[in-house]
Design a protein around this ligand. Structure first.
Ligand SMILES: Cc1cc2nc3c(=O)[nH]c(=O)nc-3n(C[C@H](O)[C@H](O)[C@H](O)COP(=O)(O)OP(=O)(O)OC[C@H]3O[C@@H](n4cnc5c(N)ncnc54)[C@H](O)[C@@H]3O)c2cc1C
Length: 299
């Protein structure tokens, strides 16, 4: 990609102060590892997103939320990363509905639901992602999934047009958005009235369980692999004797074998090599193919 000419195009839409060249993606991903994006752009409003989609039509680009399910290869991403963060974090409550912009953090939306006595979001309060990333992934935990509460999503299509999606085609860590280049702008969550004390009790209990079971003290992207049908990835990895297994600075967590952690200044290559070895050892021992849940970019 010719960075200078693409930057000139983007400058017709976005203020130069919000365009960054060769941006280290380790700064923006919870794994705290990985290479640079050729260009990193922060739009400020919906119109800029729509115009960006048109301007970037013949350039590789991707949108990101909180970077909690992403790993950029050390070689970097020769394209444009568009970050939807706090400029798109408005949360509005209308009766039993919460309308949340894509950059709003799940923890904040869950707090809003709690304060308004609306139940259904408790499962998501400890997931460190944004609404956009959670809808894209159909994020879930402790028996709940985004598909249970998402009723409508507004997004931008390739030609910059705004679309309203009702049928999200949700599956396990999958949605309509996973197979498309649609950009999620905001989502309507339909919740149900619930006793506030009960909501708080459930959120506190689930977050306590996370702190006890998950290595939250180390950088990671959560569960590294998807749950293979009929198995648990963490159990397979542990049974393969890989608890604490290390490649460079990357390690299979000793606390939860489903998490690969950045134990000691890991590079993305350390993490990817560790993942490859875990995959092949689990396959050799149990004949089960592990598929990454974390999105690997630039390889
Ligand atoms: C400690 C820890 C615990 C976790 N626990 C869980 C858990 O319990 N359950 C679970 O499901 N996940 C969990 N995760 C993973 C992660 O938090 C979720 O997948 C989350 O939904 C990702 O959201 P994000 O905003 O960080 O997305 P990102 O990582 O920024 O992006 C993820 C994908 O979504 C796309 N995307 C993001 N925003 C948009 C948008 N606006 N429009 C179009 N595409 C978009 C990106 O292109 C990318 O492909 C955990 C992660 C960590 C670090």
């Amino acid at each position: 990609m010719d960075i200078k000419s693409v930057k000139e195009k983007i400058k017709t839409v976005i203020d130069e102060k919000n365009i960054f060249e060769n941006e280290p993606m380790s700064r923006h991903c919870t794994f705290k590892a990985g290479g640079n994006a050729s260009l990193f752009v922060i739009p400020e409003n919906q119109e800029q997103i729509a115009s960006l989609c048109k301007v970037l039509a013949d350039v590789p680009y991707m949108f990101m939320g909180n970077g909690s399910n992403l790993l950029f290869a050390d070689e970097g991403y020769d394209g444009v990363v568009v970050s939807l963060g706090n400029k798109f974090s408005n949360i509005e409550v209308k009766g039993n509905e919460i309308i949340a912009e894509s950059g709003a953090l799940l923890s904040k939306v869950a707090q809003t639901a709690y304060k308004n006595g609306l139940g259904g979001m408790e499962f998501a309060s400890g997931i460190p992602g944004s609404i956009g990333g959670a809808v894209y992934m159909n994020a879930g935990a402790y028996g709940g999934e985004m598909k249970d509460i998402v009723t409508k999503t507004y997004c931008v299509g390739e030609s910059g047009n705004i679309l309203e999606i009702i049928d999200h085609q949700f599956g396990y860590r999958h949605s309509l958005f996973t197979d498309s280049s649609l950009v999620i702008l905001k989502t309507v969550l339909t919740l149900a009235p619930k006793d506030k004390a009960k909501i708080k009790e459930e959120m506190d209990e689930l977050n306590k369980r996370r702190r006890e079971k998950q290595p939250l003290e180390y950088p990671s992207a959560g569960s590294t692999f998807k749950r293979p049908e009929g198995y648990f990835a963490g159990k397979l990895i542990e049974d393969a004797g890989l608890k604490g297994f290390r490649v460079g600075g990357a390690m299979v967590s000793k606390k939860h074998s489903g998490f690969v952690i950045n134990y000691d200044n890991a590079t993305a290559t350390d993490i990817l090599n560790l993942m490859e070895q875990v995959k092949s050892k689990v396959y050799m021992q149990f004949g089960v193919e592990l598929e990454p849940e974390v999105k690997i970019i630039g390889r």
